[in-house]
Write a protein that binds this ligand. Structure first.
Ligand SMILES: NC(=O)c1ccc[n+]([C@@H]2O[C@H](COP(=O)([O-])OP(=O)(O)OC[C@H]3O[C@@H](n4cnc5c(N)ncnc54)[C@H](O)[C@@H]3O)[C@@H](O)[C@H]2O)c1
Ligand SMILES: [Zn+2]
Length: 370
């Protein structure tokens, strides 16, 4: 069912619509616009007679070095301060377009059509852009909210199971962070990689309304919004240590698992919060659908994870900052001193997570032909 709501931001209020067919509608609209689109949609833009800037969405595409090409391409398409940028793609295209929109001629308006489930459930609202510099992921960025977010659930039809699992890991995170009632409502929608576009639309709606609360009370990431980094410090390190073989959303799912292990190693008992067990089961089911995950994890060392974990920008110089689950099933920001004892605990938490997923039973072999 089509839904819509507003998000309040420092740059004004913007509309979020979740309506099948929005992508086609956007292509047909008139106006002074330049499209920045994921390369997988190049044919759709060509067929519509639109000269889009296309981007092969990988981690290199969202590097500071590559921003030069995008800015030059905007200038060559004669974009002015009055031109609207329209981004169509997943989180990589979003980061590139949002960053370009925030700096091109000191800032132009932009609209976003997310195409991955991760960008639909999570990143499409909030206005953040995050760009990689050298080997440091997401180290520079801006907050430049879009003019509108147009979610077309029909775009999920071409996503792989892994991409759906990644988006659901982020949606589960947001809903758990918002509280047990919201998380139970999310689970009642039966989120799974087999969900059809209607079910996914309802999940996207639940997740974005939960995220709306965080970004409206704390747009600039000073308190409540930081909780949405749950799983991210552990997860970013896993992305880096696996050479990005483990994708962002799946790494966040595994990162949340590692954070739960860290809580337990620190003596926390989650037995009294039933939603924690439900959350763990759900995340295990989602990441369990990813082909080749055990093989990718078998190449990752705890040493590489600890090195990448230590270089995360969310830490202070003298202490590690992590989001942990509390004994009543909430989430909180916690600090550990930057010393050998903390590194040992964090390493053990990673080890528990790796062992759990390396030991996961492989999919049943296909039946031999009679
Ligand atoms: N700025 C933010 O707030 C924010 C939040 C979360 C994540 N991110 C960033 O987003 C990136 C991950 O983004 P993502 O997971 O959305 O994917 P992505 O942009 O990395 O794209 C992944 C792959 O999916 C393909 N794809 C995109 N839409 C498709 C569709 N509808 N059908 C088939 N294939 C499709 C792309 O071509 C690409 O190959 C990471 O770099 C992460 O750091 C940013
Ligand atoms: Zn994320």
């Amino acid at each position: 069912m089509p839904t819509s709501f507003d998000v309040e931001s420092s740059a004004g209020r913007y509309l979020v619509e979740i309506v099948p067919g929005l992508f086609e509608r956007t292509l047909a609209e008139p106006g002074e616009r330049v499209f920045i689109a994921d390369a997988f949609l190049a044919d759709a833009f060509r067929d519509a007679g639109l000269d889009a800037i296309t981007i092969e969405a990988d981690e290199h595409a969202k590097s500071l070095d590559r921003m030069t090409e995008v800015i030059v391409a905007l200038r060559e398409r004669r974009a002015t301060r009055g031109t609207e940028l329209v981004a169509v793609g997943g989180g990589v295209v979003q980061d590139v377009a949002a960053f370009a929109a925030s700096v091109y001629m000191r800032g132009v308006a932009w609209t976003y059509v997310p195409t991955t489930l991760l960008s639909m459930t999570d990143s499409c609202i909030g206005g953040k852009s995050s760009i990689n510099v050298g080997r440091y992921k997401n180290i520079v960025g801006t907050i430049h909210p879009p003019r509108a977010v147009l979610v077309d659930p029909a775009l999920t039809l071409t996503l792989s199971a892994e991409q759906k699992a990644a988006g659901l890991c982020e949606a589960a995170k947001i809903c758990l962070c918002r509280g047990p009632e919201v998380f139970d409502r999310y689970l009642a929608l039966q989120p799974s990689v087999d969900a059809d576009a209607d079910r996914l639309a309802a999940i996207i709606d639940e997740s974005l309304r939960a995220k709306k609360w965080f970004i409206e009370v704390d747009e600039f990431d000073r308190a409540e919004r930081l909780l949405l980094n749950f799983g991210h410090t552990f997860g970013h390190a896993l992305e880096a240590a696996s050479g990005f073989a483990v994708s962002h959303g799946i790494a966040v799912g595994l990162g949340m698992n590692a954070a739960l292990h860290l809580g337990e190693l620190m003596g926390r008992d989650y037995g009294r919060a039933p939603q924690v067990a439900r959350f763990r089961r759900h995340i295990a089911e989602l990441v369990g659908t990813v082909d080749g995950l055990a093989a990718a994890l078998s190449l990752v060392t705890v040493r590489a994870l600890l090195y990448a974990f230590g270089s995360d920008k969310k830490h202070a110089r003298d202490r590690f900052a992590v989001i942990l689950v509390t004994e009543d099933g909430g989430v909180e920001r916690s600090f550990l001193p930057r010393d050998d004892a903390s590194a040992e605990l964090i390493g053990r938490a990673y080890r528990c997570m790796l062992d759990e997923h390396l030991a996961a039973p492989a999919a049943a072999p296909a039946l031999a032909a009679e």
